[in-house]
Design a protein around this ligand. Structure first.
Ligand SMILES: N[C@@H](CCC(=O)N[C@@H](CS)C(=O)NCC(=O)O)C(=O)O
Length: 214
């Protein structure tokens, strides 16, 4: 009886990960939860973002997702930090680490992939406004940026950075390409066959499939 109760307690998720199911940044943290089989320890909670008076603002004052509240009740925002934390819990990190001294080629790749994700998120955000409040200049700027950057990654597709051990940069690129195809601005792998094949491979990861945008 006591043991059963204790087991239930031990199995109960203690950390809380606040997400929206459309956010590519929150998806990175959800990928880590699946990959590191942390489902039993991390409760995934859908937060209400961009809503006046959202109860989520009392939990995370910035109102952004992902947001992790750990076992001790300490809150962390930012996908990069949260992913590094979740990845390190078992002492056997899955992802290559950006901050390894001197790893400049990798750090550049990750920074470019994050910049790509930022641009696509700006486009999606702009499109979520009422039509008469959207800025055509901002939308055009992000469309052009996304095409330039898709060309950049298409040219890099055979580089070890895109094929070596799993990395945050690769995840950022994959979630960005998927959300761009699903919600816009465009399916950026169309006409870029090698990048399309790369994305198919990444999209086949169980943790990517488990968190795919609906
Ligand atoms: N740099 C942050 C970006 C997070 C972010 O901007 N999340 C968006 C969703 S894609 C959000 O929560 N927006 C709500 C808001 O702006 O109020 C990260 O990597 O976690």
């Amino acid at each position: 009886m006591y043991d059963a109760a204790l087991m239930r307690l031990e199995n109960a998720p203690q950390m809380k990960l606040y997400v929206t199911l459309t956010s590519p940044y929150a998806r990175l943290a959800r990928i880590l939860v699946v990959e590191k089989t942390l489902e039993g320890r991390v409760e995934i909670i859908e937060a209400k973002t961009r809503t006046v008076g959202s109860p989520f603002y009392a939990i995370n004052p910035s109102g952004r997702v992902p947001y992790l509240v750990d076992d001790a009740g300490v809150g962390t925002e930012d996908s990069q930090l949260i992913c590094a934390y979740l990845d390190g819990l078992d002492g056997k990190p899955w992802l290559r680490h950006a901050l390894t001294e001197g790893d400049w080629p990798y750090r550049r790749f990750e920074a470019t992939a994050r910049s790509f994700c930022d641009g696509i998120s700006v486009w999606v955000r702009e499109m979520s406004r009422p039509e008469n409040e959207r800025s055509p200049a901002v939308l055009a700027h992000e469309v052009a940026r996304s095409q330039r950057m898709a060309d950049f990654f298409a040219a890099l597709v055979n580089d070890p950075l895109m094929n070596g051990p799993a990395s945050m940069g690769q995840l950022l690129l994959a979630v960005s390409l998927e959300i761009a195809g699903k919600r816009g601005p465009a399916d950026l792998v169309v006409g870029r066959a090698a990048l399309a094949a790369w994305l198919r491979r990444l999209s086949g990861y169980p943790a990517m499939r488990a968190t795919a945008p609906r």
